[in-house]
Design a protein around this ligand. Structure first.
Ligand code: SF4
Ligand code: SF4
Length: 60
């Protein structure tokens, strides 16, 4: 069982770029506010981590 999951930290500026990269639309949030990942939808592909210029998405 993989206990690691992707999380968005306080470094998030709410640019929403990651929401366009997630293949299963697991990321949501308001512009300029911290976004969130719905762990029940996330398939742990890692695309969001690569897309975030602010390194706000971590795996742990
Ligand atoms: S790409 Fe990074 S800074 Fe932008 S909304 Fe996603 S987590 Fe936040
Ligand atoms: S790891 Fe993949 S599926 Fe999970 S939130 Fe990021 S882009 Fe979406």
């Amino acid at each position: 069982m993989d206990l690691l999951s992707y999380k968005i930290t306080d470094s998030c500026v709410g640019c929403a770029i990651c929401t366009t990269k997630c293949p299963v639309k697991a990321i949501s949030g308001q512009r300029r506010h911290r976004h969130e990942i719905d762990a029940s939808k996330c398939i742990k592909c890692g695309a969001c981590t690569i897309s975030c210029k602010f390194r706000a998405i971590v795996r742990g």
